[in-house]
Design a protein around this ligand. Structure first.
Ligand code: ZN
Length: 275
């Protein structure tokens, strides 16, 4: 679905193969151009896995970065006896704070919804709350999931819809809505790992050709290491995977971040064309 719709974006179809359109973030130095960044995510660890490096680079560049998390991820365990929801939600609250501290992100908001139940939240209520944050923060760039939700998790897909609706309602003129993506070139390398770890639901990830990416960051080693430290702070989610993969393998696995421009958006082309 993402593949089909992404091809309607003018800047991406206009880019010649192997060449990137203006406004595409491919180097750390490009990140400052994203301006104030607001991330809208479903569970603690979504923000770090999908944008931890980008957030750290943005903060180092002096940009404002704000993170919103819909749920405390209280169901995120294979062992709910040892980790009942109240205990896990409390632990993940502390873990996320530590993670964001490692990344230099000082502003975070919880929406306070229940893990796995985002689709039961009245959309208007959630959209109004996210739109209120968008209106107050006035981000230049909103980062969130695409309609696929990256992994296919229903909460991710619902949050993607909330973020897009809130963006349409309240984002400043010229702001960009960027949706997390998996570059096609990465999928083969990591498909065995992803399958073993059960990262994706069947049929996922939906992958995107390189030339359609709006952000295509290979993190510098020091940024990748910092991202790993941030993820390590969310030990309930990451300790087992890190141990299984080894630190070098894990660092390589999380060492790239990619986003597409929201399909249908008119993006910067160097002629000043905006949304
Ligand atoms: Zn998640």
């Amino acid at each position: 679905m993402l593949d089909d719709t992404v091809q309607t974006v003018p800047a991406r179809t206009a880019a010649a193969p192997g060449h990137r359109a203006a406004g595409v973030v491919v180097r750390p130095g490009d990140v400052a151009g994203l301006g104030t960044v607001l991330g809208v995510w479903a569970h603690p660890d979504d923000e770090a896995y999908l944008s931890g490096g980008l957030m750290a680079i943005a903060r180092e560049a002096g940009s404002r970065v704000v993170c919103v998390t819909a749920t405390r991820g209280e169901l995120g365990t294979p062992d709910p006896v040892a980790w009942p929801p109240d205990r896990l939600g409390a632990a993940r609250t502390v873990e996320l704070a530590r993670c964001l501290d490692v990344l230099g992100v000082r502003e975070h908001h919880w929406l306070g919804y229940h893990d796995g139940e985002c689709s039961s939240v009245p959309a208007e209520e959630a959209v109004a709350r996210v739109a209120d944050l968008v209106g107050r923060i006035a981000p230049d760039t909103v980062l969130t999931f695409g309609p696929d939700g990256i992994t296919g998790h229903p909460d991710h897909q619902v949050v993607a819809a909330w973020a897009a609706a809130a963006f349409d309602r309240a984002a400043p003129s010229g702001a960009r809505l960027l949706q997390a993506a998996v570059p096609a070139r990465r999928a083969p390398r990591w498909s065995d790992v992803s399958a073993r770890l059960g990262v994706y639901q069947p049929g996922y990830p939906v992958t995107v050709p390189d030339e359609q990416l709006a952000v295509d960051l290979v993190l510098p080693p020091e940024t990748a290491a910092r991202k790993v430290r941030a993820l390590a702070a969310q030990a309930t989610q990451t300790a087992g995977i890190m141990a299984a993969m080894g630190i070098d393998g894990y660092t390589a696995w999380v060492g790239e971040e990619a986003f597409v421009e929201r399909p249908g958006a008119a993006v910067m082309t160097g002629r000043g064309a905006r949304r």
